[in-house]
Design a protein around this ligand. Structure first.
Ligand SMILES: [Zn+2]
Length: 179
């Protein structure tokens, strides 16, 4: 049912700080009226902890508050998880030269990352090594201890995405997921 999600993942958040930072970010979103607490949580149709708030249109101009039967809630998740772009997946690109990392190697890295610490891999083209999470792209895969996930929201303004990224920490990454 849930088709699209905009996920902002913070790669630097260690497990011991993820919950506190998640609470700060949720408070900031609540204070601005971008989200509000979902008081009628429903596992099937309204599973998210938060709903869109009264000022959602300030950050997602295409959002229609009363329009959708689909889940359009928001989750702030301070748990270690893999976040995958699903059907939107595109091979990430070398931050140095733009060469794509092939999918098989990328998935091997994600397995390693999930099992332990974030691995690095050298680019086939330029030879420079970068951490898995530093390969570029907004349609990839990351392992993160902290994310904010907007389910079935229309595009967010650049300004809001910038502010949210700053609040989350120094290594925020976007993932546009489609399932
Ligand atoms: Zn390269």
């Amino acid at each position: 049912m849930s088709a699209h999600a905009i996920i902002v993942a913070e790669l630097s958040a260690r497990p011991d700080v993820a919950a506190a930072r998640a609470a700060e970010v949720a408070d900031w979103l609540l204070d601005r009226g971008i989200i509000e607490l979902n008081r009628q949580r429903d596992t099937l149709r309204r599973p998210s902890e938060y709903n869109a708030g009264p000022f959602v249109s300030h950050v997602a101009p295409g959002f229609q508050l009363a329009a959708s039967l689909a889940d359009n809630g928001v989750d702030v998740i301070p748990e270690r998880q893999v976040h995958h772009a699903g059907g939107n997946y595109r091979e990430p690109e070398c931050p140095g030269c733009g060469t794509a990392l092939n999918t098989r190697r990328h998935m091997e890295l994600i397995d390693l990352w999930l099992a332990g610490t974030e691995p690095a891999v050298a680019c086939n083209q330029c030879g420079i090594r970068n951490l898995a999470g530093d390969w570029r792209g907004d349609f990839g895969v990351h392992v993160a201890n902290l994310v904010v996930q907007f389910n079935n929201w229309p595009p967010l303004t650049d300004r809001f995405v910038g502010e949210l990224r700053e609040r989350l920490g120094p290594r925020p990454r976007l993932i546009y997921r489609h399932i």
